[in-house]
Design a protein around this ligand. Structure first.
Ligand SMILES: *Cc1c(COP(=O)(O)O)cnc(C)c1O
Length: 391
């Protein structure tokens, strides 16, 4: 028997069921328009909310930083991997987010894997929204704490779960800020109340709110004006900020604790210099002007309004993530295929990522979509929607 014959079998099963993930290859920079297999497409699939992934100012900042500080860290943060630029980024982010302190990580995913096990362990309980991101789920598992999933965006169910699980040493409430498949926002004020009432720390992962929500894109805590009231804010520089990296914001003591106990800080090399410099530039751009954030929301309003008028179901989105809910899995995949033939690149999202019968095309707005590009998408949706009898 070949050692991995089961893998071959599993792979062909995936391909047969249509669940095989065939990653598209981009030969162009990430922008509002890209090319895949030589075909020009308007891009609604990237988390490039502000268009910073290919912004000249970020590229320039990365270049100059590399000239001065080099490329790789060649060490973990706690040994010789902490550059003065890491500290500068952390201080700048703390000021931007009005938090006491910030610690950066190699990615948002890693920030969750780092933070959760540093705060809870075997004798503890985590109360987690059932639709939380995979990195939160993995961080929870890694911690070995008991995981209680509460109903999505349902503070009443959270409270019920807390009341019936009082037997713990420590506990943690964790939620996504913006949920990536529906574009809805967690009811953070209600969660803060529960967190205070039961004296359980609250952690929010604001990956899709960073650069999108709040004044100048300061994030979900700013959006709800809850500065200092959310104990732990996790974020990413890999979406709106156009680079790659993760962050944790909170009280000084918490951040200090993470520098002592967060395993990816201690055992995985630091963010690279160009990533740090580009992130720093992104925060600087946002601190100075809300132009990009405003444009993002203007584009979002336009696209949502036109698609609604056409008769599409946009679910409960409150953000630039727009789920166009088609329903059937097969129709949704066909819908995406036809959109692509009309020059529109958007992801079909089907079971098991979302519930059966709620398959959707997910559109992610960007500040750099032109009106022409948005109109092209609206036209394609209208045509394909009628062809497939969705509208
Ligand atoms: C995208 C995302 C992450 C991962 O961030 P990366 O920086 O890409 O690793 C983590 N949490 C949530 C909620 C996300 O949406």
């Amino acid at each position: 028997m070949a050692k991995f014959s089961w893998v071959t079998k599993e792979l062909s099963a995936l391909k047969k069921s249509g669940l095989y993930n065939d990653a598209p290859i981009l030969k162009t920079p990430v922008s509002s328009h890209i090319k895949i297999n030589g075909k020009p497409l308007v891009n609604f699939a990237s988390n490039n909310y502000l268009g910073l992934a290919n912004d000249k100012r970020l590229i320039k900042a990365a270049y100059s930083a590399m000239k001065k500080y080099g490329l790789g860290p060649a060490a973990v943060r706690s040994i010789a991997g902490t550059s003065v630029l890491h500290k500068k980024l952390e201080n700048t982010l703390a000021k931007f987010k009005k938090a006491e302190a910030v610690l950066t990580f190699q990615s948002g995913f890693i920030a969750n894997l780092a933070t959760i096990p540093a705060l809870v362990g075997e004798e503890d309980v985590i109360f987690s929204d059932e639709l939380n991101h995979a990195s939160i789920i993995d961080g929870c598992r890694l911690s070995k704490a008991k995981i209680m999933r509460y109903k999505h965006a349902d503070p009443k169910d959270l409270e019920k779960q807390i009341k019936s699980n009082r037997d713990f040493r420590r506990a943690l409430i964790i939620t996504d800020g913006v949920f990536s498949m529906d574009g809805d926002i967690a009811d953070l004020p209600a969660l803060v109340n529960i967190s205070n009432k039961y004296d359980i720390p609250l952690m929010v992962d604001d990956a899709h709110g960073e650069g999108v929500l709040g004044r100048n894109g300061r994030g979900i805590v700013d959006h709800f004006n809850l500065h200092g009231k959310v104990d732990i804010e996790v974020g990413t520089m890999s979406k709106a900020f156009g680079s790659v990296g993760g962050l944790v914001a909170g009280k000084k003591t918490l951040i200090e604790w993470l520098t002592q106990r967060a395993r990816p800080f201690l055992f995985s090399s630091a963010m690279t210099i160009p990533d740090v410099a580009a992130s720093l530039e992104a925060v600087k751009i946002l601190s100075k002007s809300d132009k990009l954030v405003k444009k993002l929301w203007e584009n979002t309003r336009y696209l949502k309004e036109r698609l609604s008028v056409l008769g599409f179901n946009l679910g409960k989105s409150q953000t630039p993530i727009v789920p166009v809910i088609i329903g059937q899995e097969k129709t949704t995949r066909e819908f995406a295929k036809r959109l692509r033939s009309h020059g529109i690149f958007a992801m079909p999202i089907t079971y098991p990522t979302v519930a059966v019968g709620t398959a959707r095309i997910r559109l992610i707005n960007s500040a750099i979509h032109t009106k022409n590009e948005l109109d092209k998408a609206i036209k394609a949706f209208s045509r394909v929607g009628k062809e497939l009898k969705v509208i």
